[in-house]
Design a protein around this ligand. Structure first.
Ligand SMILES: NC(=O)c1ccc[n+]([C@@H]2O[C@H](COP(=O)([O-])OP(=O)(O)OC[C@H]3O[C@@H](n4cnc5c(N)ncnc54)[C@H](OP(=O)(O)O)[C@@H]3O)[C@@H](O)[C@H]2O)c1
Length: 345
């Protein structure tokens, strides 16, 4: 099987490539980055896809800087809708499967909603980004019989979102180290989701097969951005106060859904339960911290341990102070949390 991957360097694209490697490269995966195919250029999708034979196409491209998109609707509809239409046409012509990634932001118009949204609930976007993605979904499904639409939400992945440099988790960790108080909106509720869990599911769907359909692919559970931030800070061991605020206190160019929690029952029934977002966050923090620990030879007679942590290096002798004192000595809240949790010494 040969699979084309568009948007291979974004958060999800990166994790799909990693999941493919982890699984032992069970099929041929061809990443096509922006330098090879700029999907916003009229006619480019048709021209470039025509050069390849493929059995499935996975589209992770998106123009999703939600506030910026409000003033750039033409580009948003070009990338998120017209290019998707062209991909669906190419897949239909080649009898290839089309995996297209969409968003919880196709919802939000039902302001009284307080129950997780199911696949059969009608889209009701409240901003240009959501409207462009909703149009992409419709065109994909109408054009390609074998289209699988995966709606994901509030992604955090090790690659960080394209053009934004850091995702919400990384931003909260950075700000939490700089500020004593973080104010975060408590009136937007969503499904925090790690890109790696979506990527692994995409791989299973490609290999095991699945019905062409619309699927909500999110980690289990829900949180407001405030609740999510509070959990990030707690698990990372950062000493800052997270305080709730309202969207009205921090107006943004684009309106956001007040409630866009996705019900992942359909995908869980077919492929097994999606992990809770708290578990996903814990795994993300461990991966991102990239902690390694090894005994290294030194000039002194004492055994010395080299600890690599988030691209920084620490040396400590093994018969030094207990972990709590080492942590204090290093004065690095994330590192301290890690040392205490894993009892490194
Ligand atoms: N991030 C979220 O919180 C979130 C939430 C809900 C849904 N989603 C959806 O999930 C999917 C993946 O999101 P993500 O977080 O992985 O996004 P991402 O990290 O920003 O990656 C987007 C990818 O799209 C590529 N791209 C953008 N414009 C392009 C163009 N004109 N031509 C070719 N490639 C282009 C980018 O290429 P470069 O690497 O060259 O910039 C990047 O590889 C998207 O469909 C998004 O709408 C994301």
């Amino acid at each position: 099987m040969r699979v084309l991957l568009l948007g291979p360097n974004g958060q999800l694209g990166h994790d799909i490539r990693s999941a493919h490697e982890e699984a032992g490269e069970p099929f041929e995966l061809l990443p096509l980055a922006r330098d090879r195919l700029d999907v916003s250029v009229s006619g480019a999708v048709e021209r470039v896809l025509d050069e390849f034979a493929f059995d499935a196409l996975v589209n992770c491209t998106s123009y999703h800087k939600t506030d910026e998109v409000e003033d750039n609707a033409t580009l948003a509809f070009a990338v998120n809708a017209h290019a998707v239409h062209a991909m669906a046409r190419a897949c239909a012509a080649k009898r290839a499967r089309f995996f297209h990634v969409s968003t919880d932001y196709v919802f939000g118009g039902d302001v009284t909603r307080a129950q997780p949204l199911r696949e059969e609930d009608p889209p009701s976007p409240v901003n240009v980004y959501g409207a462009s993605k909703a149009m992409g979904e419709t065109l994909a499904r109408r054009t390609c019989e074998d289209a699988v639409i995966l709606r994901v939400s509030s992604l955090f992945g090790v690659a960080g979102p394209s053009g934004k440099s850091e995702n919400f988790v990384d931003t909260i960790i950075r700000l939490g180290q700089e500020k004593e108080v973080l104010r975060v909106v408590d009136d937007q509720v969503m499904s925090p989701t790690t890109a790696v869990d979506v990527a692994r599911l995409v791989l299973r769907m490609l290999m095991d097969g699945c019905a062409p359909d619309l699927y909500h692919v999110v980690n289990t559970g829900s949180a407001s951005w405030f609740e999510f931030a509070r959990e990030i800070v707690r698990r990372a061991g950062i000493h800052t106060t997270v305080a709730p605020c309202t969207s009205a206190e921090y107006p943004t160019r684009a309106v956001r859904p007040r409630y866009s929690v996705l019900d992942n029952g359909k995908v869980s029934a077919a492929f097994g339960p999606m992990p809770p977002w708290q578990d996903a966050l814990e795994r993300y923090l461990s991966t991102k911290a990239n902690v390694t620990s090894q005994i290294v030879p030194t000039v002194s007679s004492k055994k010395t341990r080299l600890i690599t942590f988030a691209d920084r290096y620490f040396l400590m002798t093994t018969d030094q102070a207990p972990p709590s004192e080492i942590a204090e000595w290093l004065r690095d809240p994330l590192f301290a949390a890690y040392v205490l949790k894993h009892r490194l010494r």
